[in-house]
Design a protein around this ligand. Structure first.
Ligand SMILES: [Zn+2]
Length: 310
């Protein structure tokens, strides 16, 4: 299939769904299952928009963007369940502009919105970290912040493998190549390859400079013989936990996003970093929660993957 703009959907397993539940019932079940009240979060967890209609069909997705709402309208769904909902700390409160349009659409079509952020990252079996670790063939052995009561982020172990092997596995599992930063910086050694000669020596366009950076990174992963065994995992925009991952003696850290500073942290802290995509690493949790809800209440739940390269 060449049309990459087509949202990917998972097939529903059966058409014999007859039950319906209230938005409150659905949220209560998920709140309890995820122990949502125990988390200090940047957004409200649970029922965010109550459209006041019984729920017979649910669409799940990573983010409650307009494309997901349109997919729910097309599917005649009564509820959307997501990892990234609305009402984030610090954002303007009025329901106007883009947020106003999204919420208006939900209400006009009788679609309730239920969202779980940190509780869905952290859950030990259906959480984003747990699902990602399992799909990469890794076993979770502990928490990235072991002293927190509800830690987000894990430490996992797997077979000893090279960075190139791990890149291959991640690419296969997430259908997306990670951006890899190798840890091999030697303070007094030969780090000549980190100096981008093409930028200094010639006037090249931006795109060829990026290509050159990429070539250096790929080249070092292919030839790096060091083995990775102990891996920290925290999905999404958790790149700044890299320092904690290094403190916990991990060989590598897998997260979603990367910042400019993350590159230097990885090199100087001596830990390999794999930026696997915020969206790509956070599909697993909400998909698993939807499957659980479908089983529990015998209602139709379909995961819709709105394409997002970030
Ligand atoms: Zn996220």
């Amino acid at each position: 299939m060449s049309n990459t703009n087509q949202p990917l959907t998972s097939p529903s397993t059966s058409n014999n769904y007859s039950s319906s539940i209230s938005p409150q019932q659905l949220a209560k079940f998920c709140d309890d299952y995820l122990q949502a009240d125990d988390f200090k979060d940047y957004c409200p967890n649970g029922l965010q928009v109550d459209a006041g209609k019984p729920i017979q069909r649910i669409i799940t997705g990573v983010t409650a963007c307009e494309a997901l709402i349109d997919a729910a309208i097309a599917a005649k769904a009564d509820a959307i369940m997501v990892h990234h909902g609305y009402f984030w700390k610090g954002e303007p409160e009025p329901i106007v502009g883009m947020k106003g349009k999204r919420i208006r659409k939900l209400m006009q079509h009788g679609i309730s919105l239920i969202a779980y952020h940190l509780p869905l990252d952290a859950h030990p079996t259906i959480g984003n970290n747990a699902v990602l670790a399992q799909s990469l063939g890794l076993t979770i052995t502990g928490a990235l912040y072991p002293h927190e009561s509800h830690p987000v982020g894990n430490i996992a172990t797997g077979k000893a493998q090279t960075a190139a092997d791990l890149i291959k596995t991640i690419t296969q599992v997430l259908a997306r190549e990670p951006l890899h930063i190798a840890s091999g910086y030697e303070p007094s050694g030969n780090n000549h390859s980190l100096i981008n000669q093409s930028y200094i020596d010639t006037e090249q366009s931006d795109s060829s400079m990026i290509a050159n950076d990429r070539f250096i990174a790929e080249d070092s992963a292919q030839t790096d013989p060091r083995l990775i065994e102990r891996i920290a995992i925290c999905t999404g925009g958790a790149q700044d936990m890299i320092e904690q991952a290094a403190l916990m003696n991990c060989d590598a850290y897998i997260s979603g996003e990367i910042s400019e500073r993350t590159t230097h942290s990885a090199r100087e802290l001596g830990i390999d970093y794999f930026a696997c995509g915020h969206h790509a690493t956070e599909r697993g949790g909400i998909k698993a929660l939807g499957e659980l809800v479908s089983k529990q209440f015998k209602i139709e739940v379909k995961f819709v993957d709105i394409v997002n390269p970030a």
